[in-house]
Write a protein that binds this ligand. Structure first.
Ligand SMILES: Nc1ncnc2c1ncn2[C@@H]1O[C@H](COP(=O)(O)OP(=O)(O)O)[C@@H](O)[C@H]1O
Ligand SMILES: [Mg+2]
Length: 252
């Protein structure tokens, strides 16, 4: 990783970093994109958000980076909550969240290096620090050799690796990945999952929405199933340690 100060140890404490309390989202006059969601995510978790298209996965993720606010109920993320957050605080919150999208959202005519460096440039970090962090991240996602190429020249799998490096640039508490493998073939998808797993082992929480059940079927992570804007069932049957099961029965 990028040196000990950025290296967060996996954390087993019981602190709920993200909390949804009776959260409902209506889009305009269309009710029930999310209905009465209660949920807690803990620091260091790798969580899978599963469910068919239209079930509310992206809506749930957008609430976490406060791209939208709940129509009813409360979302708490670290020290911020949806009932009392100013636009300035939303920017602060987003410094602590990396987001990865299905369609990458790179700036195509900028180099790979500049795409990853951009969040740090915007924050006004020193040039030397930006270079160090960016190079370390590109190395981590195995894209250092392409640092000077425009993003437009990359394969789809390579683009997503760069997007993951960019999401990690500010050493976020959590990376939210919304169908990150939706446009990728099997091998590139596996590669993306492996990268997210590696960052998670270094302490970054991951919340990944997917309907690629084949990809995640062997993974031991907590699964949250959504259907019609609701969480379908408690997820305590998953293969996790005893302690975790007790916690989840209490939380969900
Ligand atoms: N911006 C929007 N305006 C109106 N309806 C929306 C909007 N975004 C999503 N929806 C609706 O909300 C529901 C949940 O959508 P979404 O969260 O995108 O689900 P998923 O990510 O699981 O496919 C769907 O019925 C969808 O049509
Ligand atoms: Mg979606």
């Amino acid at each position: 990783m990028q040196g000990s100060t950025r290296d967060r140890k996996p954390n087993t404490c019981d602190y709920a970093m993200i909390r949804f309390s009776q959260v409902t989202v209506n889009y305009g006059y269309v009710p029930g994109a999310l209905k009465d969601i209660n949920l807690q995510l803990h620091k260091g978790d790798f969580t899978l958000l599963l469910g068919p298209t239209g079930s509310g996965k992206s809506t749930l993720l957008r609430l976490i980076y406060m791209d939208i606010l709940p129509s009813a109920g409360l979302v708490t993320v670290d020290r911020w909550n949806s009932a009392r957050i100013s636009p300035r605080q939303i920017n602060l919150l987003r410094r602590n969240i990396g987001v990865v999208f299905q369609d990458f959202r790179l700036i195509e005519n900028m180099t790979v290096f500049d795409n990853v460096a951009l969040p740090l440039v915007i924050e006004g970090y020193r040039r030397k620090y930006i270079r160090q962090v960016t190079q370390a991240l590109l190395d981590e996602v195995n894209m250092l050799a392409a640092a000077d190429q425009p993003a437009s020249t990359l394969s789809l799998g390579e683009k997503q690796r760069v997007a993951i490096a960019r999401a990690m640039a500010k050493d976020p508490l959590i990376v939210i990945a919304d169908e990150p493998t939706g446009n990728l073939d099997r091998e590139a998808s596996q590669n993306v999952l492996n990268l997210l797993e590696r960052f998670n082992r270094h302490g970054t929480s991951i919340l990944m929405a997917t309907h690629d059940y084949e990809l995640i079927k062997e993974t031991p992570y907590r699964r949250i199933y959504m259907e019609n804007g609701e969480i379908r069932q408690p997820d305590s049957s998953i293969n996790v340690g005893k302690e975790r099961i007790i916690m989840m029965n209490r939380d969900v």
